[in-house]
Write a protein that binds this ligand. Sequence first.
Ligand SMILES: [Zn+2]
Length: 114
Amino acid sequence: MENCLFCKIANGEIPSKKAYEDDTVLAFYDIEPQAPVHVLIVPKKHYTSVMDIESADQALLSHMIEIAQKLAKELGVSKDGFRLVINTGENGGQSVPQLHIHLLGGRKFGWPAG
Ligand SMILES: [Zn+2]
Protein backbone atom coordinates (compact mmCIF):
# COMPACT_ATOMS: atom_id res chain seq x y z
CA MET A 1 0.00 0.00 0.00
CA GLU A 2 1.22 3.50 -0.85
CA ASN A 3 2.48 5.64 2.01
CA CYS A 4 2.68 2.67 4.36
CA LEU A 5 6.01 2.78 6.18
CA PHE A 6 6.31 -0.99 6.56
CA CYS A 7 5.29 -1.67 2.93
CA LYS A 8 8.06 0.72 1.88
CA ILE A 9 10.52 -1.12 4.10
CA ALA A 10 9.24 -4.51 2.88
CA ASN A 11 9.69 -3.58 -0.79
CA GLY A 12 13.12 -2.08 -0.16
CA GLU A 13 12.12 1.55 -0.83
CA ILE A 14 13.27 2.39 2.70
CA PRO A 15 16.40 0.56 3.87
CA SER A 16 16.37 -1.61 6.98
CA LYS A 17 18.71 -3.90 8.84
CA LYS A 18 17.40 -7.23 7.59
CA ALA A 19 17.24 -10.37 9.70
CA TYR A 20 15.42 -12.55 7.15
CA GLU A 21 13.78 -12.17 3.75
CA ASP A 22 11.90 -14.31 1.26
CA ASP A 23 9.18 -13.74 -1.36
CA THR A 24 6.40 -13.13 1.14
CA VAL A 25 8.00 -11.87 4.35
CA LEU A 26 10.70 -9.49 5.56
CA ALA A 27 12.11 -9.48 9.08
CA PHE A 28 14.16 -6.51 10.20
CA TYR A 29 15.63 -5.09 13.41
CA ASP A 30 13.48 -2.47 15.18
CA ILE A 31 15.12 0.97 15.10
CA GLU A 32 14.02 1.55 18.71
CA PRO A 33 14.71 -1.84 20.28
CA GLN A 34 12.82 -2.59 23.50
CA ALA A 35 15.01 -5.60 24.31
CA PRO A 36 18.48 -6.92 23.37
CA VAL A 37 16.73 -8.84 20.56
CA HIS A 38 13.89 -6.96 18.84
CA VAL A 39 12.96 -7.98 15.32
CA LEU A 40 9.80 -7.14 13.36
CA ILE A 41 8.35 -9.80 11.06
CA VAL A 42 6.28 -8.14 8.31
CA PRO A 43 4.34 -9.61 5.37
CA LYS A 44 5.17 -8.08 1.99
CA LYS A 45 1.46 -7.87 1.24
CA HIS A 46 -0.35 -5.08 3.09
CA TYR A 47 -2.66 -5.97 5.96
CA THR A 48 -3.69 -3.06 8.14
CA SER A 49 -3.81 -5.28 11.22
CA VAL A 50 -4.34 -8.85 12.29
CA MET A 51 -8.07 -8.13 11.84
CA ASP A 52 -7.48 -8.20 8.06
CA ILE A 53 -6.29 -11.81 8.18
CA GLU A 54 -8.74 -14.24 6.60
CA SER A 55 -8.87 -18.03 6.31
CA ALA A 56 -6.95 -17.88 3.02
CA ASP A 57 -4.08 -16.11 4.83
CA GLN A 58 -3.54 -18.81 7.45
CA ALA A 59 -0.53 -20.19 5.60
CA LEU A 60 1.10 -16.76 5.67
CA LEU A 61 0.56 -16.35 9.40
CA SER A 62 1.89 -19.82 10.01
CA HIS A 63 4.92 -18.96 7.85
CA MET A 64 5.53 -15.84 9.95
CA ILE A 65 5.55 -18.00 13.10
CA GLU A 66 8.00 -20.37 11.42
CA ILE A 67 10.31 -17.43 10.73
CA ALA A 68 9.97 -16.31 14.34
CA GLN A 69 11.10 -19.78 15.48
CA LYS A 70 14.04 -19.72 13.08
CA LEU A 71 15.14 -16.23 14.18
CA ALA A 72 14.69 -17.07 17.88
CA LYS A 73 17.12 -19.94 17.38
CA GLU A 74 19.56 -17.94 15.26
CA LEU A 75 19.54 -14.98 17.65
CA GLY A 76 20.09 -17.22 20.66
CA VAL A 77 16.86 -16.62 22.59
CA SER A 78 14.99 -19.87 21.95
CA LYS A 79 16.25 -21.65 25.09
CA ASP A 80 15.71 -18.87 27.64
CA GLY A 81 12.44 -17.81 26.06
CA PHE A 82 11.14 -14.81 24.21
CA ARG A 83 7.93 -13.01 23.42
CA LEU A 84 5.94 -12.71 20.21
CA VAL A 85 3.60 -9.72 20.13
CA ILE A 86 0.97 -8.55 17.64
CA ASN A 87 -0.22 -5.14 18.80
CA THR A 88 -3.60 -4.30 17.28
CA GLY A 89 -5.31 -0.91 17.10
CA GLU A 90 -5.04 2.03 19.44
CA ASN A 91 -5.61 0.21 22.72
CA GLY A 92 -3.26 -2.53 21.61
CA GLY A 93 -0.46 -0.01 21.07
CA GLN A 94 -0.12 -0.63 17.32
CA SER A 95 2.19 2.15 16.10
CA VAL A 96 2.31 1.33 12.35
CA PRO A 97 -0.89 0.31 10.52
CA GLN A 98 0.62 -2.76 8.88
CA LEU A 99 0.43 -6.21 10.43
CA HIS A 100 3.71 -7.11 12.12
CA ILE A 101 4.92 -9.55 14.74
CA HIS A 102 7.44 -8.34 17.31
CA LEU A 103 10.02 -10.91 18.36
CA LEU A 104 11.47 -9.75 21.67
CA GLY A 105 14.11 -11.55 23.68
CA GLY A 106 17.32 -11.36 25.64
CA ARG A 107 15.68 -10.14 28.84
CA LYS A 108 12.84 -11.16 31.15
CA PHE A 109 9.39 -9.68 30.51
CA GLY A 110 6.67 -9.12 33.05
CA TRP A 111 3.07 -10.31 32.89
CA PRO A 112 0.53 -8.85 32.50
CA ALA A 113 2.02 -6.58 29.84
CA GLY A 114 2.07 -2.97 31.00
ZN1 LIG B 1 1.66 -1.74 4.44
